[in-house]
Design a protein around this ligand. Structure first.
Ligand code: KG4
Ligand code: ZN
Length: 365
């Protein structure tokens, strides 16, 4: 049995969680900084770092208290090492180093991107990862910082098939919401404002899907691009303003519904294209945008037969530390600990292996 304290500070959530054996979440505490950043319409890295500095001790104490454990009960501390905002990551990394050193515990640096995928297997579902029939597994990681398709085989070998060549899907939703004056974060705001709108009212592009007669270059077959959708929204809004009308009523609901559908439709098409081409048995959707209701519905309605669809539960879609403590367990049982001198990283290094797959093979070898 292993008890891991997970810590997370890659963006604007300060989070701590205590996780047993990589699947039982004893506590998961999240302090959101949304209010602090909302006035700026997006996350300000230095402000995020200062907020993490204030929040880490109370958030960690709350997670330990809720789990009913002491530091002497823990086996390791797992911390998000990257990718993310460097000033924000550094605060968490230093906090984790202090806790690990002070309590004589090993430190485990965790990849935020892989932790998001792992979020779909928390709460007693991690046995699925040991089953051959789960693979090939295709993961769509879709958040404010990422939009990537990763293919994983039953040995844990992973490769990124494609990612966004410009904005992430969440970023497109956040920027779109800002443009329309809907506030931050944009994803939930757009979902709400789109509720009564007609998703077919306006035709926004579906970049790199081969629509509108535009061929997709081979090397971009599984890549995404969302800046064109955002630019289309900008022109659409300008036309409205030039006509002397404001952004409200039916126009707003229809605009937002159509914009959301363009983002979602693009994600669904690309994911299932890759799932078909690579014979995926499981499709996992993770990251903040995986909270989106329309994405969940469209994925479920359009999934090819024989493919199992797994969404992380909403509480593990947006940034949290349960996914960090969970994946940390798999590094722990492999004896993969980090040096106390580890640094943060802003971008995703090549994804070549997922630590939580192929456990059986590793143990037997
Ligand atoms: O995973 P996350 O918390 O942070 C990153 O690692 O980026 O994702 C945040 C992103 C934001 O862009 C936010 O607008 C989006 O997730 N998001 C949503 C929803 N909830 C959060 N997007 C669409 N619909 C939602 N319900
Ligand atoms: Zn994230």
């Amino acid at each position: 049995m292993a008890l891991i304290l997970g810590l997370e500070s890659s963006c604007d959530e300060t989070a701590a969680a205590v996780v047993r054996d990589g699947e039982t979440v004893l506590s998961s505490v999240i302090a959101s900084q949304i209010a602090a950043h909302a006035v700026h319409g997006g996350v300000v890295p230095e402000l995020a770092a200062r907020e993490h500095l204030k929040a880490f001790t109370p958030v960690t104490e709350a997670a330990m208290r809720e789990a009913g454990v002491a530091f002497s009960d823990l086996d390791a501390i797992a911390i998000t090492q990257g990718p993310g905002l460097i000033p924000a990551l550094l605060v968490g990394l230093n906090f984790a180093k202090g806790l690990a050193t002070g309590n004589g515990l090993p430190l485990i640096g965790v990849n935020h991107f892989m932790a998001h995928i792992y979020g779909a297997f928390l709460d007693g579902e991690s046995h699925r990862l040991a089953e051959e029939k789960t693979y090939p597994l295709l993961a769509l990681v879709v958040s404010g910082g990422h939009t990537s398709l990763v293919l994983v085989d039953s040995t844990g070998a992973a490769r990124q098939l494609g990612s966004t060549i410009d904005d992430a899907a969440g970023e497109a939703l956040d920027k779109g919401a800002k443009l329309l004056g809907l506030g931050y974060p944009g994803g939930p705001a757009i979902q709400k404002a789109a509720a009564d709108g007609d998703p077919k009212a306006f035709d926004f592009p579906r970049p790199l899907t081969g629509g509108a007669g535009k061929a997709v270059p081979r090397e971009l077959k599984y890549s995404f691009s969302f800046s064109g959708i955002k630019t289309a929204l900008l022109y659409h809004s300008r036309r409205r303003r030039d006509a002397g009308e404001d952004f409200s009523g039916k126009w707003l609901a229809d605009t937002v519904a159509s914009y959301q559908m363009a983002v979602v439709d693009t994600l669904v098409r690309k994911t299932f294209l890759a799932a078909r081409d690579f014979g995926a048995k499981t499709v996992v959707v993770a990251g903040g945008v995986a909270c989106n209701k329309l994405l969940r519905e469209e994925m479920a309605n359009r999934i090819p037969r024989q493919v199992e669809l797994r969404f992380a539960p909403p509480k593990y879609c947006t940034d949290n530390a349960a996914m960090v403590g969970g994946i940390g367990h798999h590094h722990f049982i492999r004896g993969e600990f980090s040096d106390i001198g580890i640094d943060s990283f802003a971008r995703l290094p090549g994804v070549t292996r997922l630590p939580f797959v192929g456990e059986k093979q590793t143990k037997e070898n």
